[in-house]
Design a protein around this ligand. Structure first.
Ligand SMILES: Cc1cc2nc3c(=O)[nH]c(=O)nc-3n(C[C@H](O)[C@H](O)[C@H](O)COP(=O)(O)OP(=O)(O)OC[C@H]3O[C@@H](n4cnc5c(N)ncnc54)[C@H](O)[C@@H]3O)c2cc1C
Length: 417
């Protein structure tokens, strides 16, 4: 296809995306400044779509890492069916789109002055700011568990080095050793991911260490898509103890204690800690007593600070799951809202779609798709469609396995270009 035809198709597609997101035949905001904090699933999407919707905007993306380390598909890396390098994404395409990239960490946001300060001492002014800093952990929730100890007992909930450490622990564990995975109460990042991790680790044990098993200590009594998971667990060395929250951790004896007083030892202890919004959101005064950032669910503007929008895991989004697909959807809606607001336009509520895939075996996956509609004033989200209710055919796990891989390729392209 020649480039003018490609450009034409792209501009038609972009025009319909803009229209779907409620943007009129949008006027351009003539050089207004938008600073995006965090170049992950939400932030990179927002930065990219801001420039696509309005090429006159000055968009700056501040992110401390040169390359983003995805957690999507990280389960496959854990069991050795995917290369870790396929989880890395750089920001080249975003910079080619005219986005100014700053490799630095934001340390403060002054919402009165509309300025941002970074660790290296630079200051940035904005007309609107979008922040998508992801998650932080509630370090005081489990007695004896802290940030330092995660070098040795990785949660691996933000990808990167910890994922590789956990993988090494799995491959080097003796046959007959046990693994504990502890799951916190919601909300936490990617509700199905702990169960996906348990499934894949159990599958790996079945293949390589048949005397070993995975023990799930789950603070929850039920979980999303549990019928799908439980079906496959019948074949795996896996035991789930439900409604049993880990309250204490003894690193030297490799032992956890639960709230009912059970003490369980294991060779690998993978505690997924209770979570809250990324630290900079709290420092900037964007977080309420829930630990997350209350926002208007049409514009994603903070209820606590004017002209700052919060998207992704850090935002309080009711029943919508904390997922890359949610962050991606919010990034586009928020970019459209920012362009509209900078032009003095109003916006109608736009439905938000989440999609999540859980790989549960070498060629099997299960999925969930849900659609949420914001109320007229953007106060709450209402679930209007849920794929969990749809009937599943025999071929469903294999089909979803292939869908999961093509979804991963598509969504990462949509986020990073
Ligand atoms: C094991 C696992 C599997 C998962 N699988 C899926 C899946 O299959 N499908 C799915 O949709 N989701 C999945 N997720 C969830 C998904 O990874 C997150 O929901 C998503 O990445 C959230 O996007 P975000 O933008 O909020 O945060 P992130 O993607 O984490 O991005 C936050 C960014 O902000 C940056 N940052 C933080 N603080 C600052 C600061 N002070 N200054 C500047 N930058 C800062 C960070 O460096 C980071 O790059 C999974 C998660 C896990 C843990």
């Amino acid at each position: 296809m020649n480039s003018s035809r490609r450009d034409f198709i792209r501009s038609v597609a972009l025009g319909s995306t803009a229209a779907l997101l409620g943007l009129s035949n949008h006027a351009y905001a003539s050089g207004k400044r938008v600073v995006v904090i965090g170049g992950g699933s939400g932030g990179a999407t927002a930065a990219r779509y801001l420039r696509l919707f309005d090429p006159t905007l000055q968009v700056t993306l501040i992110e401390p890492q040169k390359r983003y380390r995805s957690s999507l598909m990280s389960g496959e890396v854990l069991i050795g069916t995917r290369e870790a390098s396929t989880l890395l994404f750089d920001y080249l395409k975003l910079s080619q789109l005219g986005i100014k990239l700053v490799t630095d960490r934001v340390i403060s946001i002054d919402s009165e002055q509309s300025t941002i300060k970074t660790q290296q001492g630079d200051e940035f002014s904005y007309d609107r700011c979008i922040i998508s800093p992801g998650i932080d952990f509630q370090w005081s929730a489990i007695d004896g568990y802290n940030q330092e100890i995660t070098q040795q007992f990785p949660h691996a909930w933000r990808g990167g080095e910890q994922l590789i450490t956990l993988k090494k622990q799995l491959t080097s564990m003796h046959d007959g050793g046990n693994i504990i995975i502890s799951i916190p109460k919601p909300p936490y990042r990617c509700p199905s991911a702990p169960y996906e991790r348990a499934s894949l680790m159990a599958y790996y044990l079945q293949q390589h260490k048949p005397k070993s098993k995975v023990i799930i200590l789950d603070a929850n009594s039920t979980f999303d898509n549990q019928r799908g998971f439980k079906k496959v667990w019948r074949k795996y060395p896996i035991e789930r103890i439900s409604a049993e929250e880990v309250t204490a951790f003894d690193a030297s004896n490799k032992r956890v204690t639960t709230h009912s007083g059970q003490q369980i030892k294991a060779d690998i202890i993978n505690i997924i800690p209770p979570q809250k919004a990324g630290k900079i959101a709290a420092t900037a005064g964007l977080v309420d007593e829930s630990g997350w950032c209350p926002v208007n669910l049409i514009t994603f503007e903070s209820h606590l600070k004017n002209n700052i929008h919060v998207i992704g895991d850090a935002a309080a989004i009711g029943e919508m799951s904390k997922l890359a697909s949610s962050a991606n959807a919010q990034g586009k809606v928020c970019a459209a809202a920012v362009v509209a607001l900078l032009n003095g336009e109003s916006l109608n509520p736009v439905p938000l779609i989440e999609t999540s895939y859980a790989i549960i075996g070498p060629t099997a996956a299960i999925s969930r798709g849900a659609v949420f509609k914001p109320t007229k004033g953007g106060e709450t989200l209402t679930l209007i469609a849920d794929s969990l209710k749809a009937k599943k055919t025999k071929r469903y796990p294999l089909r979803e396995f292939y869908n999961a891989h093509s979804w991963y390729n598509n969504i990462t392209r949509d986020i990073f270009g």
